[in-house]
Design a binder for this molecule. Structure first.
Ligand SMILES: Cc1cc2nc3c(=O)[nH]c(=O)nc-3n(C[C@H](O)[C@H](O)[C@H](O)COP(=O)(O)OP(=O)(O)OC[C@H]3O[C@@H](n4cnc5c(N)ncnc54)[C@H](O)[C@@H]3O)c2cc1C
Length: 506
C-alpha cells in the first residue's frame, strides 16, 4: 500500500526544505510548485486530500463575474488567465460550460450583456467562447427548464467546470510522482522553534496513532478555514484572520432542469449569484452565504439554506422541486479574510492573502479554487524569500500537466487482467468499475470507504442514499485489498452511513 511506503520514507528521512500543512487546493498547488522547482517537499493533511472546502465548491473554473460588478478588474483578469491554464493542464477533469443569464427587462439585457462581453474580452486569447445576446425563443431553447413568465431574453457566456476533489487527487498523485511526500490522515499538532524561528513540527498519524517529528527549513500554513488554529499553535494570542462563510448546494435529477446549458442568476435576495449547473449527469443548485462561528470538518446545511435554494430554483425553473427530490446536500466553508468593519460576508475579499509570521511561518488563505496555482506559486516564492532557501529552478506550473489518465487506464486494465470480475460496473448508471476501488487504494491513497465514495468518485455528492447502499460492497473490496478484518468493514460501513445521513434531506 502506497501509504505504508510513504510513512517508511518519512521515518527514514524526516527533513525537508518545505513542509506544507493542508491538502486542499491551496496546499496541493503549493506542494506541486515546490517539488517541481527542486525543493524537498512534504505535505501533511489531517483528513483526506480535498476533505475540506476543496470538494464542496460550485465546480466552476471561473473569473468571478460578480467581482466584475464590484469593479475588481485585476482580480477577474488574473482568475480568467488561471481558468484558461487549468482547462489546458487538467483537460480530463475540466470542461467548457456554456451559461445563460435569463433577463427580465431590456435594461438587464443590456447591462449583463455588456458586462459579460467585458468578462470575455478580459480573458484575452484564453477566451472560451463569445458572449451573445439571446431573444426569448433562443433562451428557452438553450434553457428548456426555464420558467417563461416575464422572460425577455438572455445572455449566453462561457466559463469552465471541473470535478474539484478529482483535481485534488490528481494534484496529489502528480506531486508524488515528481518526488514530493504527501500524507493524508496526519495532523500537525505543534511546532519546534529555535530562537523564535520555526525549525520543524510535530504531526500525528490519525490511523496508527503515532507521532512524528519533522525538520523543516520553511513551513506553509494552507489550512483554509482552519488557518487560525495553526496560527494559534505558533502564537497563542493573535487576532483571527479568517471569517468563515457557509455555502450549500443541492443536487437533483437532471430532468428537473434539462439541457446542457447552466443557468446563472446574477443577483438573489441576499445579493448573491445563483446557479443551476449540469454536473456529472445531475443538476447542482446553489449557493448560499451564511456567516458562521463554528468551524466543523463536516459542516451541516441549515434548514433555512435548503429552503433558500429550493425557493430560488422554483422561482426561475418551470419544474418545482421539494425536499424529497434532493439526492444530496453538501455544505462548504469559505475561508474569507476578515476586513475590519465589514457587515456581511458577501462583501469580504475573495482574493488571497499571504502573511509571514515572526516565526517564519508562511500563511496563505482566501482566494478561490480557480486561482489555486497562482496561490501555490506565491506561497513558494514567499517561503524561499523568508527562509532564505537556495534559489533552484523557476516555477513551471503554468504549463505543467496534472494527472496521467493514460497511466491510470493502464493500471486499471492490469487490475482487470488479474481479476476479470473487477471489470464490472459498481452500480448501474455510473461508469465506475470495481477495478477503480483497487486502483484508488493502490495508487491514490484511499484508506476509507468515504475516501472512495466522496472524493475518488463523487457518489456521496451525487446520490447520498445510493452511496449508502453500495458502501458495504466497497468496504469488502477495500478490506480485501488492504488486508483488513471483518470488524474493519463493519466500522467503515457504520461511519460512512452516519456521514451520508448528513447529505440526505429528511
Ligand atoms: C460553497 C462554496 C462554493 C465555492 N465555489 C467555487 C467555485 O465554483 N470555483 C472556485 O474557484 N472556487 C470556489 N470556492 C472557493 C474554493 O472552494 C476555496 O477557495 C478552496 O477550496 C480553498 O482551498 P484550501 O486548500 O485553502 O482549503 P481546504 O480545501 O479547506 O483545505 C484545507 C485543509 O487543511 C487541512 N487541515 C486543517 N488543519 C490541519 C492540521 N492541523 N494538520 C494538517 N492538515 C490540516 C484540512 O483537513 C483541509 O483539508 C467555493 C467555496 C465554497 C465554500
Amino acid at each position: 500500500m502506497l501509504r505504508a511506503e510513504i510513512i517508511n520514507k518519512l521515518a527514514q528521512n524526516p527533513s525537508f526544505d518545505i513542509v506544507i500543512i493542508g491538502g486542499g487546493a491551496t496546499g496541493l498547488g503549493a506542494a506541486l510548485d515546490a517539488v517541481t522547482r527542486g525543493y524537498s517537499t512534504l505535505l501533511i493533511e489531517a483528513a483526506d486530500f480535498g476533505k475540506g472546502t476543496s470538494s464542496r465548491s460550485t465546480k466552476l473554473v471561473h473569473g468571478g463575474v460578480r467581482y466584475l460588478a464590484q469593479g475588481n478588474i485585476k482580480l477577474v483578469r488574473e482568475a480568467l488567465h488561471e481558468r484558461g491554464r487549468l482547462l489546458k493542464n487538467a483537460a480530463h477533469v475540466t470542461s467548457v460550460q456554456p451559461f445563460v443569464v435569463p433577463v427580465y427587462s431590456l435594461w438587464d439585457k443590456l447591462f449583463y450583456g455588456i458586462g459579460l462581453m467585458v468578462y470575455d474580452v478580459l480573458s484575452g486569447n484564453l477566451s472560451l467562447g463569445k458572449t451573445k445576446w439571446l431573444n426569448k425563443k433562443r433562451t428557452k431553447a438553450l434553457l428548456p427548464g426555464i420558467e417563461e413568465k416575464k422572460l425577455v431574453g438572455g445572455v449566453l457566456y462561457y466559463d469552465g467546470q471541473f470535478n474539484d476533489s478529482r483535481l485534488c487527487i490528481d494534484l496529489a498523485t502528480t506531486a508524488i510522482a515528481k518526488g514530493a511526500i504527501l500524507l493524508n490522515y496526519c495532523r500537525v499538532v505543534g511546532f519546534q522553534k529555535t530562537n523564535g524561528k520555526i525549525t520543524g513540527l510535530t504531526c500525528k498519524d490519525q490511523l496508527q496513532n503515532k507521532q512524528y517529528t519533522i525538520q523543516a527549513k520553511s513551513v506553509i500554513n494552507a489550512t483554509g478555514v482552519f488557518t487560525d488554529a495553526i496560527l494559534a499553535l505558533d502564537e497563542s494570542d493573535r487576532d483571527k484572520l479568517v471569517s468563515p462563510s457557509q455555502g450549500i448546494h443541492l443536487v437533483v435529477h437532471k430532468h428537473f432542469f434539462p439541457g446542457d446549458h447552466a443557468m446563472m442568476i446574477p443577483k438573489t435576495d441576499d445579493g448573491r449569484v445563483f446557479f443551476a449547473v449540469p454536473w456529472l449527469d445531475k443538476i447542482v443548485l446553489g449557493t448560499t452565504d451564511t456567516a458562521i462561528d463554528t468551524i466543523a470538518e463536516e459542516p451541516k446545511a441549515l434548514k433555512e439554506e435548503i429552503e433558500f435554494v429550493i425557493n430560488h430554483f422554483n422561482r426561475y425553473a418551470a419544474a418545482t422541486i421539494q425536499r424529497s427530490d434532493i439526492l444530496s446536500v453538501f455544505a462548504g466553508l469559505r475561508p474569507l479574510v476578515k476586513v475590519k468593519g465589514a457587515a456581511s460576508t458577501a462583501l469580504l475579499s475573495r482574493d488571497h492573502t499571504l502573511l509571514i509570521s515572526n516565526s517564519g511561518l508562511v500563511t496563505i488563505t482566501g482566494g478561490k479554487w480557480t486561482t489555486y496555482r497562482k496561490m501555490g506559486q506565491d506561497a513558494i516564492d514567499n517561503a524561499i524569500f523568508s527562509a532564505k532557501l537556495e534559489k533552484k529552478a523557476a516555477c513551471i506550473t503554468k504549463e505543467l500537466q496534472i494527472g496521467d489518465d493514460k497511466l491510470k487506464e493502464e493500471r486499471v486494465k492490469e487490475i482487470e487482467k488479474a481479476d476479470g470480475d473487477k471489470a464490472a460496473l459498481l452500480v448501474a448508471g455510473y461508469s465506475i468499475r470495481l477495478s477503480e476501488i483497487v486502483y484508488a487504494v493502490r495508487f491514490e491513497l484511499a484508506v476509507t470507504v468515504e475516501d472512495f465514495l466522496a472524493r475518488r468518485t463523487r457518489l456521496l455528492f451525487l446520490d447520498a442514499r445510493l452511496s449508502q447502499h453500495i458502501a458495504p460492497f466497497v468496504a469488502e473490496i477495500m478490506a480485501h485489498e488492504m488486508g483488513m478484518s471483518h470488524q474493519w468493514v463493519e466500522k467503515q460501513v457504520e461511519s460512512f452511513n452516519l456521514l451520508a445521513q448528513q447529505y440526505l434531506v429528511a
